[in-house]
Design a protein around this ligand. Structure first.
Ligand SMILES: *Cc1c(COP(=O)(O)O)cnc(C)c1O
Length: 360
């Protein structure tokens, strides 16, 4: 039977599920994971923590993940406390909860594209109308145009992604401030998705610095990228405590398992070792930018752990397939003539660059 013959919501007809290919290849450089596994001492500590949590698995976990939120607040600093933090199964669940509270039928959300496709997909899944705003040719956001779009469209939620995925572009705080002001005028919430913040080049300020004056601002982060914990599914946000009170209305009771909470808290104890791989990843990112530039391929400057580049001749599908025959899996995000590659370990990055040279 075809699922379309089932009585699914009319507004879901015609959508396609999120589908980054999960192919078993020697060089998986397509989903912006950290190429380094968790350090051995963290793995050992995780085993201990999970074993301890397992002794009380007959009980529901702490519904409010209070201890984890405190640890996350300590990590983010900026004067934040547990009351400013919220955590869920990946920042995707955090985003879904935000849309469930502030979006929904009859409401809308705007994002400035190209950007993270899940913002649109989660909006649609929560029956929130999606408005496609645009970035400039260099993938920055023009604040005057963003303000005009917000004032005209009057969305309930504004999504900003910085550093942006798939382009790697970080956003000036001035642009975020301008968007916040416009959003205030139409009583919209502003979500700044900082999934890649730890990879930003020195001097890139976080939107966390804007939280004290902006009760409508929500900054989302994840342990999936810099923290090398994509498999654990932990994402979080920082916002005014009132925002977290609002999220409690829609979160499922006990949404974050005791095992997940224990794993996340243990990882945060090893934050220095975990983030120790970030510089190595950034070095490979910068190497990709340099080498692609030397090959004559136009590249977008990146503050993330990936590089978005122009494919000579414009046939990104053909190049993607050719690289795959070399065991290198990168990402075609559906933008004609462009591909995105995640920075790997040094040998992985070398494999990508060598394969690319052969394919061109
Ligand atoms: C990878 C990514 C996320 C992370 O999603 P998780 O659910 O936390 O794994 C969030 N936002 C952006 C822009 C991303 O690229």
């Amino acid at each position: 039977m075809d699922y379309r013959d089932l009585p699914i919501r009319d507004d879901l007809r015609g959508l396609t599920p999120y589908g980054a290919p999960q192919i078993d290849v020697p060089y998986p450089l397509n989903t912006n994971e950290n190429p380094y596994g968790p350090p051995a001492e963290l793995v050992a500590d995780l085993a201990r923590a999970v074993t301890e949590a397992a002794t009380t698995l007959n009980r529901y976990p702490d519904r409010d993940a209070t201890e984890l939120r405190k640890d996350l607040a300590d990590y983010l600093a900026h004067g934040l406390t547990a009351q400013n933090l919220w955590a869920a199964n990946g920042s995707n669940e955090v985003l879904q909860q935000i849309l469930q509270v502030f979006g929904g039928p009859g409401r809308s959300a705007i994002g400035f594209e190209p950007s993270y496709s899940m913002h649109r997909l989660i909006a649609l899944a929560t029956a929130t109308e999606w408005i496609s705003g645009l970035r400039e040719g260099d993938y920055t956001l023009d604040s005057a145009k963003a303000i005009a779009a917000i004032e005209q469209q009057r969305p309930n939620i504004v999504f900003l992604t910085s550093p942006n995925n798939p382009t790697g572009t970080a956003m000036d705080l001035d642009v975020i401030r301008a968007v916040l002001k416009a959003a205030d005028g139409v009583e919209a919430m502003v979500v700044v998705d900082e999934a890649y913040f730890e990879f930003a080049r020195p001097g890139t300020p976080s939107a966390l610095t804007l939280l004290p004056e902006n009760p409508r601002l929500i900054v989302t982060r994840t342990m999936s990228k810099a923290f090398a914990m994509a498999g654990a599914r932990v994402g979080y946000l920082a916002a005014d405590p009132a925002v977290i009170d609002a999220l409690l209305l829609v979160r499922l009771p006990y949404h974050l398992s005791a095992l997940t909470q224990a794993a996340a808290r243990t990882a945060l104890k090893h934050v220095t070792a975990l983030l120790g791989t970030v510089d190595a990843v950034k070095a490979q990112r910068d190497r990709i930018v340099e080498e692609l530039t030397a090959l004559g391929l136009p590249v977008v400057p990146s503050d993330a752990n990936f590089v978005f580049f122009e494919v000579p001749g414009g046939d990104q599908k053909a190049l993607w397939e050719k690289l795959l025959t070399h065991g290198v899996l990168i990402r075609d995000v559906g933008i004609p003539g462009m591909l995105r590659v995640t920075a790997g370990t040094e040998p992985e990055t070398t494999a990508f660059l060598d394969a690319l040279k052969e394919c061109l």
